[in-house]
Design a protein around this ligand. Sequence first.
Ligand code: SF4
Length: 348
Amino acid sequence: MAEVKSEPDIVKQEINENEIISEKIEVNIKQSTFQKQYSLIREMRENPDGPGYNAPVDTMGCQENAAKVEGSTPEEIEQQQKIYRYQTLISLMLSSQTKDQVTAAAMAKLKQHGCTIDQILETSTDTLEKLIYPASFYKRKAVYILKATKMLKDIYNGDVPKDVKEIMKLPGVGPKMAYLTMSCGWKEVVGIGVDTHVHRISNRLEWVHTKVAEQTRIALQEFLPKDEWDRVNYLLVGFGQTVCSPIGPKCNRCSLSKVEKLCPYYENNVKEKKTKKKSVKKEKKLKEEEEEDIEDLVPEEKLPKRRRKKIDPGVKTPTKKRKSTSNVSDDDDDSDYSPVKKTRKSIS
Ligand code: SF4
């Protein structure tokens, strides 16, 4: 599960991020490796038998949460498109640090209540909080949604602006939401929407070496062909939700782990640990075998006590006399003990 940060943490993180983003990013990617990795991820995501098929984002992503555009006249269609864009934006605002399932449920409640700019402006903060609960930071998000909605009404003519910079002026809206609003809401891809999954996987596969999502976006845009900008978000978000999860990635199900040296993270973290475990086991086994060989050569009385039990494999090791709980009599138990007693005497 993604780590949920407190609000002061997020503010601090944003300040640090601005400093980090201004650092120079070097992009040095091996195209042949990248092509192999990318096509295997596509296969895992798009093949119905693949481990990355049918991820939560595929059915509960921002565009799935907005009402479909239906209308019989151009005016109606235009009005519906405005609502669609607005709902896409609200869905993205709710999705921050929140699971897709929770966002989808909150959007369903909002749409049932009425999720147009005018309807939300008539809604109190209290009611809005209740409608979007349990999305993380629902109180803060309710305030942001109301303020952003008012701005859309007053400044942007009741529509989501068709400009990333303008979208980012809305409270609570960062670059990821702005680029995704442009691609989902306006069907115009002007940048890559980089969320935690895209950022993490791009670094695990060493496509980029970056500290924050915004750096990753800039680096990815350097080498990814523009017609892949939209798809890379869908591919990696779903891949991160199903296979390459933040904690305990399911490498045994991932095609990249089957090809030698294709996933640096797997080679350096997962495979290395497995190999270490194996070699520790092997070493232990060899040591035991070695000790057994020595026992064959050394007289029993000279062996350390812990190794002496092997002197007579036919002899049972004595155990504490138990109270009989079965239908076997105590005499029978004694008879089992007798050869052991004799052997113990003869050893001492
Ligand atoms: S870390 Fe594991 S799951 Fe992620 S891409 Fe590498 S092999 Fe696949």
